[in-house]
Design a binder for this molecule. Structure first.
Ligand code: NAI
Length: 689
């Protein structure tokens, strides 16, 4: 293995190169190497030191894997101090991404020159911590309070050009290394010796409001803001000490552990697709042409997402009006992208003309590599579509369904080549949401799955493999979660209270608000399909069905649902409360008060119980995948890590006791999954089991 830090001394310049592929993170070996290299530099007769990174990164941050162990000296702040106090001027040649500790190292340097392609930022609040090596104290000294707040409290990463405008870097050069060797040094003291930044109450208040809006419930952004404020009041050494103390306290916190968990789960999920595009899945087919059947909400957004990565898309609708509607919807997506500055008008026009075609029927389809079906959620209709696709497309084309709940094995029945059939469950809006459930049917071949994963990687999605069951991972948990909330309604809670409690826990929205947004008819159709009303094994709660059948309230689209709507604003509905109370009475239930804590406990326990069943049935490969699905598809707070991580952090024994307690009172709705019993008995984590 090569040295993670390389040193050379030539023509009076000591060159220190961090070479810890792929991201040059500041692992213990890098920190130790930097210390030694700085000693060497001072002794080699050089007149300046240049610090750079090998490969595409300068330094992309700390090694988050070391966060679960006690910190080991030398610590990053030691290196930063060593650079600032070095007998020779140190110049940062920022060749690529400088993130977190990368920026902190650069801040300690006497000057910074970056390549135009470099990006800079201190996005560590997204991992639940604050900068730990002087970022909160040095950055505001260098670029002032508002810009430092923007970068640190929001975790914003900027391009080199903006960094130069802010004064974060001194020069922008195609060859930062060559420039750093000879550039004149700026006439200013070391960053740490600069005067304290000017106080700015308005900027601080705005930063706090922004954090409240975007990162409510999370500690790190607020702690970071307080530290930046402290930079205006404390001498550097006191500010640094406070920063370090905060960093160390947060590093072991529940929130930081949860955010790291999600971060690593995402990396692993995304690597599956990348591995297959880097040759891991040798047989994966590179998709350049696709068919999308059904040009509604999902089909149009999927077609647009495909075209954005250069795939030519033929969209099939049932009739000419449908095809025109689809064209209009896709054109609106392009218009939106142009308005938001994500695409030039010329590029949009060229994509619309060259990558999209609209069809009625299957007669004129190109020989596409992939077809994605997004028609009505109806087994018969979907089967009809696949029969037509199989006849129209080459025999090796991958056939995918975007079904939300249906059994993909049953959809594939009757196909001559079921091995090329797969479920690709996108989330709405499909061009925005990163999650993609990839459902392998009993006949789905490895090649088909690899092709899907490779496409997911190209689309920038987070693919999660799921097995066949009703609703796969996400919608199955969602169904269970809603059922549990309905049980709380009939036993004494009200929708607005459940929603407020779940929002208080950190869910993006409450379960009833979400239903009003997506429409009550979808879940209604699903309950009918499953025969819940008469299903022996199900504790049937008639409230939601009565709302749809008796009142026709379908949610926001009919201006009434679980809530009344006045000028778009939701208000609790007297009619809904009446229906709920009637149903409690009919069931002979004496309504009781639920605290917010009880609501959260019961709702999350239901998610965990269902998650355990999904794991023990092999529907999900690992608990972290369930967490990814819930965080990315259903608004579960990222900083709680997803339901499975959250349960482990809270203690599985406690969750087990809780579920056993619910089960004693309501055995039809609850039961302790064997996996949970095994985990508690063995003291093992889900991952270990
Ligand atoms: P939608 O009702 O907006 O669109 C369905 C489209 O399919 C309509 O434009 C219709 O004209 C067309 N269509 C129906 N039969 C057809 C046929 N035989 N040939 C060609 N076109 C036909 O429905 P949406 O919401 O786009 O859902 C489509 C599928 O995606 C469903 O299976 C749904 O469960 C699933 N899904 C929906 C999500 C959502 O949030 N809306 C999320 C994930 C999956």
């Amino acid at each position: 293995m090569s040295e993670p830090v390389r040193f050379s001394c030539e023509d009076g310049v000591a060159l220190i190169t961090i070479d810890n592929p792929p991201l040059n993170v500041t692992s213990h070996a890098v920190r130790a190497g930097l210390m030694a290299a700085l000693d060497q530099a001072e002794g080699c007769g050089a007149h300046r030191v240049v610090l750079t990174g090998a490969g595409r990164c300068f330094v992309a941050g700390a090694d988050a894997r070391e966060f679960d162990a006690p910190p080991r000296a030398p610590h990053l702040p030691d290196i930063v101090n060593r650079i600032e106090l070095c007998a020779l001027p140190v110049i940062a040649a920022i060749n690529g991404a400088a993130l977190g500790g990368g920026v902190e190292l650069a801040l300690a340097c006497a000057a910074r020159v970056a390549a135009p392609s470099a990006s800079l930022g201190l996005p560590v609040v997204t991992l639940g911590v604050v900068p730990g090596a002087g970022g909160t104290q040095r950055l505001p000294r260098l670029i002032g309070l508002p810009a430092a707040l923007d970068l640190i409290a929001q975790g914003r990463v900027i391009k080199a050009q903006e960094a130069q405008a802010l004064g974060l870097i001194d020069a922008l050069e195609e060859d930062p290394l060559g420039t750093a060797r000879k550039m004149a040094l700026p006439a200013r003291p070391a960053t740490g010796a600069m005067p304290a930044p000017a106080p700015d109450d308005e900027a601080l208040a705005a930063a706090r409001r922004g954090a409240e809006k975007r990162m409510a419930g999370q500690d790190a952004p607020f702690r970071a803001i307080a530290l930046i404020e402290a930079a205006t009041q404390l001498p550097l050494s006191a500010g640094l000490a406070r920063e370090r103390e905060t960093f160390l306290a947060l590093r072991g916190s529940d929130q930081a552990a949860a955010l790291r968990h999600v971060f690593f789960a995402e990396r692993r999920a995304m690597a599956q697709g990348r591995a297959s595009s880097e040759g891991g899945g040798a047989d994966a087919v590179e998709i350049s042409s696709a068919v999308v059947v059904g040009g509604g909400t999902m089909g149009t957004a999927i077609a647009y997402a495909l075209a954005r990565i250069g795939v030519a898309v033929a969209l099939v609708e049932a009739d000419p009006q449908g095809a025109e509607r689809a064209r209009g919807a896709i054109n609106r997506l392009y218009e939106e992208a142009v308005t938001r500055g994500k695409l030039s008008r010329e590029a949009a026009q060229s994509h619309q003309q060259t990558l999209h075609s609209y069809h009625v029927g299957y007669g004129a389809l190109p020989p596409a590599h992939l077809a994605i079906e997004a028609v009505f959620e109806d087994l018969r209709v979907k089967r009809g579509v696949f029969a037509a696709l199989e006849a129209a497309l080459p025999p090796e084309a991958v056939l995918a369904s975007n079904t939300s709940y249906l059994d993909v094995n049953r959809i594939a029945e009757g196909l001559r080549h079921p091995e090329r059939f797969i479920g690709l469950h996108f989330f709405s809006p499909a061009h925005v949401m990163k999650l993609l459930e990839v459902i392998k049917g009993e006949h789905t071949s490895a090649q088909t799955a690899q092709t899907a994963l490779r496409l997911a990687a190209r689309l920038g999605k987070i693919p999660v493999l799921a097995g066949v069951c009703d609703g796969f991972i996400g919608n199955r948990i969602l169904t269970r979660y809603r059922q549990t909330c309905d049980i709380m309604l009939i036993e004494g809670a009200l929708p607005s209270q459940v929603d407020a409690a779940m929002r208080g826990f950190g869910m993006a929205m409450g379960p009833y608000e979400v239903q009003d947004l997506s429409g009550l008819d979808i879940a209604y159709a699903n309950r009918r399909r499953l025969g819940w009303r008469t299903l022996e094994s199900n504790r049937y709660i008639p409230i939601a069905d009565r709302i749809v059948e008796e009142t026709g309230r379908l949610g926001r689209k009919s201006a009434a649902g679980w809530y009344d709507y006045e000028a778009g604003k939701a208000r609790p509905s007297a009619l809904i409360e009446q229906i709920i109370r009637e149903e409690s009475q009919r069931a002979g239930i004496t309504r009781r008060a639920f605290s917010d804590a009880q609501i959260v406990a019961q709702a999350t326990a239901a998610m965990v119980e269902e998650g355990c069943r999904i794991l023990q049935e092999g529907i999900a490969e690992r608990a972290a995948d369930i967490d990814l699905v819930m965080v990315h598809g259903y608004g579960f707070p990222r900083w709680r890590g997803g339901p499975m991580h959250w349960a482990e952090r809270a203690g599985l024994a406690q969750i087990l006791r809780q579920i056993a307690g619910y089960s004693a009172l309501d055995p039809k709705s609850w039961g302790v999954p064997s996996l949970l019993t095994r985990a508690v008995a063995s003291g093992k984590s889900f991952e270990q089991l």
